[in-house]
Write a protein that binds this ligand. Sequence first.
Ligand SMILES: *Cc1c(COP(=O)(O)O)cnc(C)c1O
Length: 412
Amino acid sequence: MNYFEFKDNELFAENISVTELAHEYGTPLYVYSAATLRRHFDAFDSAFSGLEHLTCFSVKANSNLSVLKLLAEKGAGMDIVSGGELYRALKAGVPSDRIVYSGVGKKAYEIAEALKADILMFNVESVGELHRINEVAGSMGKKARISFRINPDVDPKTHPYISTGMKKNKFGLEIENAFEAYKTAKDLPNVDPVGMDCHIGSQLTEIAPFLEALEKLLKFNQRLKDIGINISTLDLGGGLGITYDEEEPPHPKEFGEALTKALKDQGLKVILEPGRVIAGNSGILVTEVVYTKKSPTKNFLIVDAGMNDLIRPSLYGSYHRLEEVVKKGRPEIECDVVGPICESGDFIARDRNLPEMEQGELLAAYSAGAYGFTMASNYNSRPRAAEVIVDGDDVIVARRRESYEDLVNLEC
Ligand SMILES: *Cc1c(COP(=O)(O)O)cnc(C)c1O
């Protein structure tokens, strides 16, 4: 459920007309709904009310400072994967004891920054990283709280690029290697193994793989207890899917109930790292039709949003629902919706049925609030789009549109 709705055939973001937003702020334009972000956070967080828990929003899904601040004000923690994301989270006012740090390639300076901020914990993904954290913490006179990210080898049944918890993936530690790593950590002076972690993939549409991973982790916890390692937190990562097209992922409530049942009486504090399920359907990308073109075999809608603005269709073949911002009741034709970038892989949709639109009209790409702007680039020297947040009757410019000057500012 979100707050992008048609009133008299015209798309609104909460109380504001999307056409007006496009006129005021230009296109391509990311539009987020504050009420939707809050609603999605509440739905997710309250699903775990039966457990001691912390919901850490995955910053890489949508790292805009205003979005992070809005969520932090609701009590969200953050899951970060870089020093840059730590900087953003702190700048947005997220308390450091609500920050967890994941990622396979943390550098020493990033570890030092996180230790200085005194974050809640590191999700450690290799033995090399364990020793690096131990060294850096030692040099700072600190003890680092750590979890190991365990690769439970379960198939999340999602796109291979966003599947992370199978043997062949680069993430985390295989379960026997993890066992050895805990033993090593126990004897290191500057780390404190306080938790277990896993994150098996993204856009999961079933609960079963989560339960399968959880079962493996709980068994593993028993083995840790047997050797005198008593952990207090279990981080189950993110990954709950959303509806882009016709997927029917479990509702967060159902997801929370299933995990709560499996975790009752385990005495573990639970950390969750949702990204897409909070932000995905809280945002749209508004784009203008620049030209239409017909070839003997294809109809093209050439729009002003390219793969540099929204790369998911090009990268994963992802589906984003598209709709005219003003509905005019015209018959549909099959077309490719393509951007201005000089790549054949630059498309928002292929072979899509859409009303026969004309140049100058606006098109909305739904489900663009997660992995949309955060994956944007300046390819083809295109300034990145603006981001606005609608909150009832109010609009804030969460990030202004980049200028040509911004493009070259760091060059000499
Ligand atoms: C990307 C990521 C998440 C968030 O995944 P979603 O599918 O957006 O919920 C959580 N944890 C880690 C470690 C990640 O890399």
